[in-house]
Design a protein around this ligand. Structure first.
Ligand SMILES: [Zn+2]
Length: 429
C-alpha cells in the first residue's frame, strides 16, 4: 500500500504533504526529524527530512541526499518522496538507518508545486536551489545523491514520449572508472526494479539524446549531447557556492556539482506520471530503484575496502588506484574530498610486474597540498602478500578480497612533491 493514493494538487496539496511530513516525524521520533532548510520564494518552507538511527554516531555513517520536485509540473515526484520516507522508517531499512544519514527533500520547488508549473531554470540550478542546497551540503557533503524528476504525456526524449521510466547515471566523467561504476550500480537498481515489475531503462546523457531539446521530427539529429558530456569537465566553476555553469547549458539534475566538488555517486531519476495512471504505482515504482541504491550504501562492493557508496577510486582504475584514508566514514569523506580536488596533481599511478615475486608500483604527486596523505590500492592475483617496501623500508598495509583476487591497501604520506616507488612481494606459486 502506497502512502498516497492520489496526487496532491495546488496549495491544498502542498499543505497535505507538509502535514503528512509533520505527522510522520512525530510518529517516528528518534529516527526522523524535520528541518526547514529554506523558503521559496518567501512564503513556502522547504523542508528536509533527516532519517538515521540517532543512537549511533554520524561519523560512522554515509550521507545520502535525495531531492525531488524541482520542476513544478512533474507530478510523479510528489508521491515518491513520502514513499521513500515511509520506507526509510520501516523495519526493512533498519540497517540503512544504522549506517547512513539519509536526507530527503520532498519538494525543492514549492511554488512550482502550487502552480503546477515548471517554475525552474532550464539552463542552471535556480538561485534558491544554489543557496538552499549549498547550505545543506556544506554541513552534509553527500556520498550519494539522487535527483528525482517525472515524465508526463508530452515529456521524454524526442523519440519516446509519455511512457518511460529512467535511471540516469549521468553528470559524471570517465575519470577513475566512474562511468563503469555508475553503470554497475544503475544495473543493480534496474534489476531490483524489474524484479518488482517496473521496467526501467538506463540512459546516460548521450543515450537520452537530449531529453526535451530534440525536435520530434524524424531526421533531426540531437546536437547537444557532446556539450552535455564535456561541460562538466571543462566549464564548471569550482569556486561557486553550488552552481551549474554557463547560462546556455542545460542541466536537469542537481548532481553535477556534487560529483565535481565531492566525488559524490550521483543519479538522476525519471519516474512517469502519465503511463502510470495510479498515484500509488508511481510511489512504489519510484521507491524500488531508490531503496536498492540505499541498500547498496550499507554493503561493501567487491572493489571497495569498506562498506558504503562506491566513491573511493579517485585516480587510476580497479587495478591500481588512489583512494582516501581514514578510520571512519567521516574521515574517509574528508580525505576523499581533499584528494579529489587535488586529482589533477597526481600522475596516473603505474604498476609493473618486475619478476614472478615482485610488483613495482609508482606514484607521483606534484601539487602543493602537503603533506599529501592517501592510500595506494592494487588488485593482485596473488593472495599472499608478504611485504611492501618503500626506499628499502617495510611499510604497513592492509588487504581485502573480492571473490577472485586480493586488494592491497597501502597508506602513503608524500612530504615533498615527487615520485615514490613501492615494491610488493608475493611468493611465486
Ligand atoms: Zn525535471
Amino acid at each position: 500500500m502506497a502512502v498516497f493514493d492520489h496526487i496532491p494538487m495546488g496549495e491544498e496539496g502542498l499543505k497535505e504533504i507538509y502535514q503528512w511530513l509533520d505527522d510522520w516525524v512525530v510518529k517516528n521520533k528518534g529516527i526522523a526529524r524535520k528541518e526547514i532548510i529554506g523558503k521559496f520564494p518567501d512564503q513556502w518552507d522547504i523542508p528536509a527530512i533527516f532519517i538515521t538511527n540517532g543512537a549511533l554516531p554520524n561519523d560512522d555513517k554515509q550521507i545520502a541526499v535525495i531531492t525531488l520536485g524541482r520542476h513544478g509540473q512533474e507530478l510523479g515526484t510528489r508521491v515518491v518522496g513520502p514513499e521513500i520516507i515511509r520506507y526509510l522508517c520501516s523495519n526493512e531499512a533498519e540497517k540503512i538507518r544504522e549506517t547512513q544519514v539519509v536526507i530527503v527533500v520532498p519538494v525543492v520547488n514549492p511554488e512550482g508545486f502550487v502552480s503546477n508549473e515548471f517554475r525552474s531554470s532550464r539552463t542552471s540550478l535556480t538561485k534558491t536551489e544554489r543557496l538552499v542546497l549549498g547550505e545543506l551540503f556544506k554541513a552534509f557533503p553527500p556520498d550519494m545523491m539522487m535527483d528525482f524528476h517525472s515524465l508526463g504525456k508530452s515529456a521524454g526524449s524526442k523519440y519516446d514520449r509519455g511512457d518511460m521510466e529512467v535511471i540516469i547515471p549521468a553528470n559524471t566523467t570517465r575519470w577513475a572508472m566512474d562511468e563503469q561504476i555508475h553503470q554497475y550500480v544503475a544495473r543493480e537498481m534496474q534489476k531490483s526494479a524489474e524484479s518488482e515489475g517496473w521496467p526501467y531503462e538506463i540512459h546516460t546523457l548521450e543515450d537520452l539524446a537530449a531529453y526535451y531539446f530534440g525536435d520530434t521530427k524524424i531526421g533531426n539529429m540531437p546536437w547537444t549531447y557532446l556539450k552535455e558530456k564535456v561541460y562538466l569537465l571543462y566549464m564548471q566553476d569550482f569556486y561557486d557556492n553550488y552552481h551549474t555553469p554557463e547560462e546556455d547549458q542545460y542541466t536537469n539534475y542537481t548532481c553535477g556539482p556534487a560529483y565535481l566538488k565531492w566525488h559524490t555517486l550521483v543519479f538522476g531519476m525519471e519516474t512517469n506520471h502519465y503511463a502510470l495512471s495510479q498515484a500509488g504505482d508511481i510511489g512504489l515504482s519510484g521507491l524500488v530503484p531508490c531503496s536498492a541504491l540505499l541498500k547498496m550504501g550499507s554493503t561493501r562492493l567487491p572493489w571497495e575496502k569498506d562498506k558504503g557508496y562506491p566513491a573511493n577510486i579517485l585516480h587510476g582504475d580497479f587495478r591500481i588506484s588512489i583512494r582516501p584514508l581514514g578510520k571512519n566514514a567521516s574521515e574517509r569523506r574528508a580525505s576523499r574530498i581533499r584528494i579529489w580536488n587535488e586529482r589533477k596533481n597526481f600522475n596516473l599511478p603505474q604498476r609493473e610486474m618486475v619478476d614472478q615475486e615482485t610488483t613495482m608500483a609508482r606514484v607521483r604527486y606534484f601539487g602543493w597540498d602537503l603533506p599529501m596523505e592517501f592510500a595506494l590500492c592494487l588488485r593482485m592475483r596473488q593472495n599472499n602478500i608478504t611485504s611492501i617496501t618503500v626506499c628499502g623500508k617495510e611499510v604497513q598495509f592492509e588487504t581485502f578480497k573480492d571473490n577472485c583476487s586480493t586488494f592491497v591497501h597501502i597508506p602513503i604520506i608524500i612530504e615533498k612533491a615527487g615520485t615514490i616507488e613501492l615494491f610488493i612481494k608475493h611468493p611465486h606459486k
